[in-house]
Design a protein around this ligand. Sequence first.
Ligand code: ADP
Length: 246
Amino acid sequence: LQEQLVHASGMDAVGRVAGSLTHDFNNLLTIIAGSTSLAQQAAAGDDARRGYLHEIEMATTRARALTGQLLAVSRSGGRNLETLDASLVLRDLVPLMQRLAGPEVLIEVQLPAQHRVICVDRAHLEQLILNLVANARDALPQGGTISVRLDVEGTNVRISVCDDGCGMDPLTLERAREPFFTTKPRGKGTGLGLSTAHLLTEQYGGRLELESVVGEGTAVAVILPAEAPAPPTAPEVAGAMGPKAD
Ligand code: ADP
């Protein structure tokens, strides 16, 4: 599976260059953010100046959110591919999903009895799922339930994030994966959550499926190639049956 994912193409080179530029850009934004914060402290008592600096701060925060998403899809640092148990990744992510969703939203997680391994960069997978959970949360301004489930489908796993929120009209649904497409107020949406999720999923040989009905909710599914975990080797079996070392 790992070999299938490692292929050199022109797009990889473009991705690496874009990644290193994004990285430099992100460092510059960090400097702007730090200096703005210091300038705000120095401008205590001058409301007009503090107002301008607040605008700079908001724009910088938004620009850093953009570069963060771009860094996720770029290959500047190289992908750190690992063979991960999909169920365990989701289980470990529950506290972070709950924190992201806030106290008004219930996160329900359903994991299958069968275990499957996927070969991905853990940071990519986590970012992808958290992007979907953040969207589901935004669709539930009065609170509600986000259900996250994992299903085994032949040689794939399907990770679904479903909400019973506002849903999308057909035009929004059609455009939702476009980079920079957002229906959220200025300063709130980057329009990069779903396009990043889409790109990352495709990079791993998978696909992203969206279903949505206005007023009923949205289901976003990440389908990724997977394998059954390797059976334990003989020494491990012997070790597992013997007395524990610690
Ligand atoms: P952003 O969240 O920054 O707007 P995204 O690329 O993540 O950018 O999403 C694009 C648009 O797709 C959103 O602005 C929203 O209109 C729609 N969308 C995405 N997920 C959902 C969801 N779970 N429920 C309703 N609308 C959604």
